[in-house]
Design a protein around this ligand. Structure first.
Ligand code: G3H
Length: 220
């Protein structure tokens, strides 16, 4: 499984990239708004992320019609070679995904919550599909079970092009564990959750014991 960072925060992206584990970044309008960024600076911001990350960077269109989504998608794709256009799973989004992928522009279909949505996204030409996990948990449903259904269903078929499943709306190390065990291709993880993935209380306890014992060696 590859790790993407689910953020538009440049400091977080630079830090995770320095760990050598970052295979890509996903952004959305909420994540960009959280940086305090202005509309005028959005394209420059995506360019800056693309310069830091050696991998696909999803930039989301906020258009609602196929023509606008296609126009927006072309503009976003022109920003850098590693831009992936993120498009919501809806009828207009499918049509735009088909048009953009036919032009060789990779699309990440987002806000995916069901197996039929995922299969349709793949059929339309989506390079990436993003089933959301945490938002199912938020409504007292089992997000991991939903993700497992999507992974199993998509893996049943050959769509004639590469399709990777991005476990999105990931909130915890346990989500990452479950996504990896079921063979999700990618987990896109917020920075705080990524840090939690590195940590384990037994690692901390073991390290503490090693440091204390090493002090004894130094004083012997
Ligand atoms: O845009 C995709 C995100 O992974 C959504 O995550 P979230 O449910 O934590 O906002």
């Amino acid at each position: 499984m590859k790790f993407f960072l689910d953020t538009a925060d440049l400091n977080e992206i630079e830090e995770a990239a320095s760990w050598g584990v970052l295979a890509g970044v996903t952004t959305n309008p909420t994540l960009y708004a959280r940086t305090g960024g202005k509309l005028d600076d959005f394209h420059n911001h995506i360019k800056r992320i693309c310069e830091i990350v050696d991998g696909p960077v999803s930039a989301e269109s906020v258009a609602m019609t196929r023509d606008e989504l296609i126009r927006d998608g072309r503009e976003l794709a022109a920003l850098a070679d590693n831009v992936v256009v993120k498009i919501p799973t809806m009828v207009e989004g499918l049509a735009a995904t088909k048009a953009l992928s036919d032009e060789g522009i990779p699309v990440n279909m987002t806000l995916c919550f069901s197996v039929p949505q995922a299969i349709l996204a793949a059929r339309a030409g989506a390079r990436y599909i993003s089933p959301f996990v945490g938002r199912f948990d938020d409504i007292a449903e089992d997000g991991i079970a939903q993700l497992a259904d999507v992974v199993a269903a998509v893996n049943n078929y050959d769509f004639g092009h590469d399709v990777e499943i991005i476990a999105a709306s990931v909130r915890s190390a346990n989500h990452v564990t479950q996504a990896a065990l079921m063979g999700a291709d990618i987990a896109t993880v917020p920075f705080a959750a990524l840090k939690k993935c590195v940590q384990h209380p037994l690692t901390d306890r073991g390290l503490d014991a090693f440091m204390k014992d090493w002090e004894k060696v130094q004083q012997a």
